[in-house]
Design a protein around this ligand. Structure first.
Ligand code: RTP
Ligand code: MG
Length: 141
């Protein structure tokens, strides 16, 4: 497996629940290293741009509304097979379907307030990382 980087966001619900450290601990125990991070209260424009791929979906407005409802913690995770590994740690989009022991099973309340975002492919990971971090802010450079 190759060393990869992926973009992770701890969403407003999980930041408000004070489980940032719990979630970081899961990343670290799985061999994913935080190589860039920042807390940010997204503007509507930033949230819309980030989820632009979903613009035509019926849930788009609710998704943007939720993502701007409070600060989020944004990080780049690095490790072997990081994209898929992070998706496995996250669990299914709807917490009702998420396997036990996953982040969404343990911390998400609903399909909207579902605790975390993770890039779904290596290609999207590169796009999403560049959306939030200049290359010089990801370590090692
Ligand atoms: P994310 O992008 O946030 O990591 O989530 P995901 O890949 O598991 O799911 P995705 O299909 O990319 O959807 C993005 C977010 O939109 C909300 N959603 N609502 N009501 C619905 O049917 C529905 N489907 C998706 C979720 O909050 C999901 O995380
Ligand atoms: Mg997605």
């Amino acid at each position: 497996m190759a060393l990869e980087r992926t973009l992770s966001i701890i969403k407003p619900d999980a930041v408000a629940k004070n489980v940032v450290g719990e979630i970081y601990s899961r990343f670290e125990k799985a061999g994913l290293q935080v190589v860039a991070a920042k807390m940010k209260h997204l503007s509507r424009q930033e949230a819309e741009g980030f989820y632009a791929v979903h613009r035509e979906r019926p849930f788009f407005n609710a998704l943007v509304e939720f993502m701007v409802s409070g600060p989020v913690m944004i990080q780049v995770l690095q490790g072997e097979g990081a994209v898929l590994k992070n998706r496995e740690l996250m669990g299914a989009t709807n917490p009702k379907d998420a396997a036990s022991g996953t982040i969404r099973a343990d911390f998400a309340d609903s399909i909207d307030a579902n605790a975390v975002h993770g890039s779904d492919s290596l290609e999207n990971a590169a796009i999403e990382i560049a959306y939030f971090f200049p290359a010089t802010d990801v370590y090692p450079r």
